[in-house]
Design a protein around this ligand. Structure first.
Ligand code: ATP
Length: 240
């Protein structure tokens, strides 16, 4: 990992009212590194991502992104700096076409200048998108919508791509397609934070993983070590 991480989170805390959903989450992501956040439902993974993005207020902690202290900046400012979040549930505009949804991801002047190349890359990763360019996003299957959501994220020329449960609710064959594309994105040198319930996929894709429990990080190790940890396999992968 490089000495100056792309993202550095120190002692993040997030509250919903009086409930402290996240406390003491610290993590680093180096340039070109892919890390995953693992943990059961309610462990605080989505809350952490949304707070890092600036979409939820932080109750404590510091965020550094690309060498700058970005603590407290709103999501729009983080997105313009290249922190791109692909949300759980995709959040497409259902009455807009695939092409319009994709183009909305080009949020900076540079991204708009490079829109043609980015569209071509998204369609190379997911050829079905080119066939459905004019179709309303709301009429696509769940898997196709996920492909649009990832493609829209790429349109923003991410310096950090944060993916929240990209395989949620998808058929196994589609999950394989999505993960093959994520592997290609990572091989282009992308820096990635992945939240995923499909632990096996996350461990195969990423170099390091953080395990969250009850709102805090309880383990941070290489994915090779995590994959051979029997207690983790029992807890999250249903393996005895
Ligand atoms: P999941 O995989 O279910 O999304 P997660 O690890 O991403 O799990 P979070 O969604 O971050 O977990 O939730 C962390 C905790 O915060 C949980 O106890 C959850 O019930 C609570 N929580 C999440 N969103 C809200 C909210 N809007 N208001 C109040 N509590 C919330």
């Amino acid at each position: 990992m490089s000495n100056d991480p792309v993202l550095s989170v120190k002692n993040l805390r997030v509250r919903y009212g009086l409930f402290e959903a996240v406390f003491d989450v610290s993590l680093d992501v180096g340039a070109g590194e892919a890390i995953c956040l693992l943990g059961s439902n309610g462990a605080g993974k989505t809350t952490s991502l949304r707070a890092i993005l600036g979409a939820l207020p932080m109750a404590g902690g510091r965020i550094r992104f690309l060498g700058e202290d970005t603590t407290g900046l709103p999501a729009v400012a983080m997105t313009r700096r290249g922190m791109i979040y692909v949300p759980e549930g995709r959040e497409l505009f259902p009455t807009m076409t695939v092409q319009e949804n994709l183009e909305l991801g080009a949020v900076t002047p540079e991204a708009r200048l490079r829109m043609k190349d980015s569209l071509a890359f998204a369609c190379e990763l997911f050829p079905i998108l080119a066939e459905r360019f004019g179709q309303l996003a709301g009429t696509l299957s769940g898997g196709q919508q996920q492909m649009v959501a990832i493609g829209r994220g790429l349109m923003g020329l991410p310096k950090l791509l944060m993916l929240d449960e990209p395989s949620l609710g998808l058929a196994p064959v589609i999950v394989e397609q999505v993960y093959a594309a994520l592997g290609r994105i990572i091989r282009t040198g992308a820096t990635v934070v992945l939240v995923e319930q499909h632990v096996q996929h996350a461990l195969e894709l990423c170099q390091r993983g953080y395990v969250l429990e009850g709102g805090r990080v309880v383990q941070q190790r290489s994915t090779v070590e995590l994959a051979s940890d029997d207690s983790l396999r029992q807890a999250y992968m249903g393996v005895d």
